[in-house]
Design a protein around this ligand. Structure first.
Ligand code: PHE
Length: 461
């Protein structure tokens, strides 16, 4: 019966195509933009260690759970979960996990596309020689970009349109073809950047910053951030891994591919740190700069370095590549849903889904460009809160939907799904299976729950 269900979807050509696509989904702004700056904010080496631990004992097991759901269900997330629940005589209610994933991915893309739009704008700044200007004009690039909605809207629209075109072309001709070219190019650019940084920047300070753990600088908040980021960087609880798992060739090992994907994602994050910090340190700048690290600090540093304009441009091309392979993953579940349920063809499905993203992205564009209409004031438990549309979507996805989704996925696969269904997937990895199940049943739900309660302020640290 399993895998025998007639699916309207195709499959990846081979394991390699899947690993590239899923690594492309995982590697993104999170690795190159977010990881270096949160590492900087939380004290370097000790944070890196905790992050690695979170990836290994929570991130990888949850990823394997999601891919298993997709592979057994062979449909878009909600229906894949529903099928597995039916086969396990579990409640239909579990399918809400799939819906949550789909909605999370959709919401994430609405702001992800705008940040990718920033990166795209910087490629053009680089090409037009802005990075070799004086300090004043470089510092004002970012504020100018966010001064009025139109330019930012233009850049993010290009990202969304390109995403729609690639996904509209189908699994093999669109997504697969894109990742086969983009991922190796991205990796090559990253290595070039790291070599450039090592030769021209302060590499030894970077090594001691990143790899000599100083546990006194690690806070409980740092641990929470590390686990939250492990989820974000592996693209968990966002419908992506379930959807990509649904396209997995029958004989592909979920364990091995998940290990590869997590390893590649981590490697990229570490190399990104090695590519950015030597340049930041060389100019005597501080690592805890926050989100502006790569859009403000980095261009300023490049301007002082040999061939900085050229390498600065390469850096942002790499960033756009990395973001783009995540964007196509983020939209895919909604497109697959429209194809399978509303019997749309792929092109209209991609266009409709893309249009919805575009509309939502306007909220983030407005938030970045300071429009009053996107600032909301409300009271939670008597506390006055003021947040922009972007901040609300970011909070909703990162602090609520992803952790709740993560706990539910772990509970569903760990407790509700019949072990016999899962064991078939792990026939060749029988040694791993008990360890995986143990982590999924006990460690993952408890750890994610603790982090969730801390994030929303129920546990005070
Ligand atoms: N993993 C991506 C990154 O690190 C972000 C992402 C989250 C992509 C969820 C898809 C789904 O940038």
């Amino acid at each position: 019966m399993r895998g025998g269900l007639k699916s309207v979807h195709s499959r990846w050509s081979n394991h390699f195509a899947y690993v590239l696509a899923a690594t492309g989904a995982a590697v993104g702004l999170g690795n190159i933009w977010k990881f270096p700056y949160i590492m900087g904010e939380h004290g370097g080496g000790a944070f890196v260690l905790v992050y690695l631990l979170c990836i290994a004992v929570i991130g990888i097991p949850v990823m394997m759970a999601e891919v298993s759901i997709g592979k057994c269900g062979r449909q878009s997330p909600a229906y894949a979960v529903k099928k597995l629940a039916e086969q396990s005589d579990a409640s239909w209610g579990w399918r809400s996990i799939g819906w949550m994933g789909l909605v999370t991915g959709y919401l994430i893309l609405s702001f992800y596309a705008v940040i990718a739009g920033w990166a795209l704008a910087y490629v053009f700044y680089g090409i037009s020689g802005e990075f070799i200007n004086d300090r004043e004009s470089i510092s004002s690039l970012f504020s100018n970009l966010n001064r009025s909605p139109l330019p930012l809207l233009g850049w993010s629209s290009v990202i969304i349109l390109t995403t729609v075109i690639v996904v509209g072309n189908g699994l093999k001709h669109g997504l697969e073809r894109a990742v086969v070219y983009i991922m190796p190019a991205m990796f090559l650019l990253l290595v070039i950047m790291a070599i450039y940084a090592a030769r021209n920047g302060d590499f030894s300070q970077t090594l001691s910053f990143m790899f000599s753990p100083n546990f006194s600088s690690l806070t409980v908040n740092g641990v929470v951030v590390a686990l939250g980021h492990a989820f974000f960087t592996l693209s968990l609880a966002s419908g992506v891994m379930m959807m990509y798992g649904a396209y997995l060739p029958e004989e592909t090992s979920i364990t091995q591919t998940s290990l590869w994907i997590a390893a590649a994602d981590t490697l990229v994050a570490i190399i990104a740190g090695l590519a950015i910090y030597p340049i930041v340190f060389a100019q005597g700048m501080a690592p805890g700069q926050g989100p502006g690290l790569i859009f403000v600090t980095l261009p300023l540093s490049f301007a002082q370095m040999p061939f900085g304009g050229f390498f600065g441009t390469l850096f942002f091309i790499m960033l756009v590549f990395a973001a783009f392979t995540s964007a196509i993953a983020l939209i895919e579940a909604s497109v697959a849903y429209l194809i399978e349920r509303a019997t749309f063809k792929r092109w209209p499905a991609a266009a409709i889904s893309g249009f919805g993203i575009w509309i939502l992205s306007l909220g983030t564009v407005m938030s970045f460009t300071g429009f009053e209409v996107t600032n909301f004031k409300f009271a939670v438990f008597g506390e006055q809160i003021e947040a922009s549309f972007f901040q609300m979507i970011d909070y909703l996805t990162a602090n609520l939907l992803m952790p709740i989704g993560g706990v539910l996925i772990a509970l569903f696969v760990g407790w509700a799904v019949k072990p016999s269904l899962l064991k078939q997937e792990f026939q060749r990895d029988m040694l791993i299976y008990p360890l995986w199940r143990f982590l999924l049943r006990y460690l993952s739900p408890v750890a994610i729950l603790l982090v969730f309660l801390t994030l929303i302020g129920v546990i005070n640290v």
